[in-house]
Write a new protein. Structure first.
Length: 548
């Protein structure tokens, strides 16, 4: 028998088997069976090869079915009620002794009464964020700058760039902020952008712009974006808001950069955006932005660099003596960048910038309504009315700092970060996730529950961020941590905490930190969402009158 006969014999067998099955069948029966078989095959292929593994989906399905059992459902409801009460009790304890305003006062309060109440409210909280005891959150606190900001905001607090004919000066200041930022990220004269209320809005605007660009220019009606799992949660929010499928690609468990092989495989004809972090929030590592840029050029897909956290460090690091890989418009595939001025730009909350390589991308960020009876309506971002005061104080802060001060501030922050990182790497019982690039240091442990270290440091007055998948904590170094003695005190407190924890490394984590450990093990993440909703509810709690 020849090789060709060997190769074709299975096909002949299949053909003969099919013919025998359909022998004597009417045409409608053949069409029905064929169509049903094709549809089932397509469904079965999709079922087997979804983003989540078959094992994970089976676990989720089993858990959802388990929740339908009355006894189990009752147990979950009781547990959620207990968690909600715990959150509410925390709020009541933290506000104990203060009166909640439940109705609008009949007569206006005096300036003195309002300021007294304001001071009472601002006195709540146990962490010394001014003294550098908090990870991130407040990136700079300086009385001279605050005086300037207060004066500038007082003059501009009622301005609104929605009305450029009334407040052209505010529009000019926004344009100048964008132009200064575009220059820092090596954009040419064609680079454009706009200011937003924060990093989340900047990310939302970029995703909206490239969704619309993909639809109008490439005809993509089922948009997808490819992102690392470590990318900011705002991209998931953008996916939910704008119906963009988010393909989350895992990171390498050694470098904590996105796995570029899997990243490339996820690209398809529906991809409207590729995303990399510079750096990411959990670990402070930077994705391989040059490699992502190359993919963007190769497949003609826009690349967004999320530099919300560290953008106003990375753009000064080379001048500060700490060069890093390229992550800006010098890379040809990079079409947009988000960077928060209210972080290391040292402007007040909340302001951020989204930048584009040229106008053709920014045009798709805009929302324009042409047929409204109220007139033609055009808006550059989510908000219609925007606080001109936020634009003005950002503009003032940047001008007040100047390039030299930004470079020195960057040098201080990076030096302190590397000092802390070096000290932590010498300690037994913990490890550092990947290689931090800017100001964030992720800490994990193979010897004990790392959340125990978070609890131990909390008792010493430190507030660190909690990570999951895998369990970890991180410190985001700010200007407050560069004050004399702060970094040394942090390292000393970590060292003494580790000495105690390692005496009994197998001891489980207790208290509210235990919820994080439990949450990671739940296959049905809707339960975790319920926890989070209860926490958000507690933040807006006004106790009943008898509880005040």
């Amino acid at each position: 028998m020849g090789l060709s006969n060997v190769a074709t014999s299975p096909l002949i067998f299949v053909k003969d088997a099919l013919n025998s099955q359909f022998q004597g069948k009417e045409p409608w029966q053949i069409v029905t069976v064929t169509t049903s078989t094709v549809l089932f095959s397509v469904w079965f292929y999709g079922f087997l090869f979804q983003d989540e593994s078959l094992v994970e989906r089976t676990k989720k399905t089993a858990f959802r079915l388990l929740k339908k059992i009355p006894q189990v459902r009752k147990k979950l409801e009781d547990e959620l009620d207990s968690i909600a009460k715990g959150f509410e009790d925390d709020i009541k304890e933290s506000t104990k002794g203060l009166t909640f305003i439940r109705e609008l006062p009949k007569s206006g309060l005096s300036k003195e009464a309002i300021l007294d109440t304001l001071n009472d409210n601002l006195s709540l909280g146990n962490y010394d964020w001014k003294g550098g005891r908090v990870s991130g959150a407040v990136y700079f606190y300086n009385k001279d700058l605050i005086e300037l900001i207060t004066d500038v905001y007082g003059k501009t607090s009622y301005t609104n760039p929605l009305h450029p004919d009334l407040f052209p000066g505010v529009c000019k200041m926004e344009a100048e902020v964008v132009r200064m930022a575009a220059s820092l990220f090596h954009g040419d004269e064609n680079a454009v952008g706009s200011m937003t209320s924060g990093g989340t809005e900047s990310i939302l605007m970029a995703c909206k712009a490239f969704r619309d660009y993909g639809r109008e220019v490439k005809g993509i009606t089922k948009p997808e974006m490819v992102v690392p799992t470590t990318v900011h949660a705002a991209f998931d929010k953008a996916g939910q808001y704008f119906k963009i499928r988010v393909r989350s690609i895992p990171v390498d468990n050694r470098t904590y950069q996105v796995d570029m092989k899997q990243f490339k495989r996820a690209i398809n004809s529906n991809t409207v955006l590729l995303v990399g972090s510079a750096p990411n929030f959990p670990y402070g590592t930077m994705d391989d932005i040059p490699a992502i840029s190359e993919l963007g050029v190769k497949y003609n897909i826009p690349v967004h660099v999320d530099s919300c956290l560290g953008g106003f460090l990375s753009c000064f690091m080379e001048d500060a003596g700490y060069p890093i890989p390229l992550c800006d418009f010098r890379l040809p595939g990079v079409c947009s960048i988000s960077a928060d001025t209210h972080k290391y730009g040292y402007a007040p909350k909340g302001s951020s910038i989204v930048l584009y390589r040229n106008k053709k991308y920014r045009h798709h960020q805009y929302t324009v309504t042409t047929d409204w009876p109220g007139g033609v309506y055009g808006s550059p971002s989510v908000n219609g009315s925007r606080p001109g005061g936020s634009i003005a104080v950002c503009w003032a802060a940047m001008l007040n700092f100047g390039k030299d001060n930004y470079i020195q501030a960057t040098r201080d922050v990076i030096h302190t970060t590397k000092y802390i990182e070096k000290g932590l790497r010498r300690m037994r019982g913990i490890f550092i996730f990947g290689q931090p690039v800017t100001s964030v240091i992720g800490i994990g442990s193979n010897d004990f529950e790392i959340y125990r270290l978070s609890s131990a440091l909390k008792e010493k007055g430190w507030n660190l961020s909690v990570l999951q998948f895998p369990s970890g904590i991180h410190i985001c170094v700010t200007r407050q941590h560069t004050k004399p003695g702060v970094a040394d005190q942090f390292l000393e407190d970590v060292r003494t905490s580790l000495e105690e924890l390692l005496k009994n490394p197998s001891e489980p984590v207790e208290g509210k930190m235990a919820i994080y450990g439990v949450a990671q093990a739940l296959p049905d993440r809707s339960i975790v969402a319920d926890f989070t909703k209860l926490f958000l509810d507690s933040m807006l709690l006004v106790p009943k009158k008898e509880e005040n």
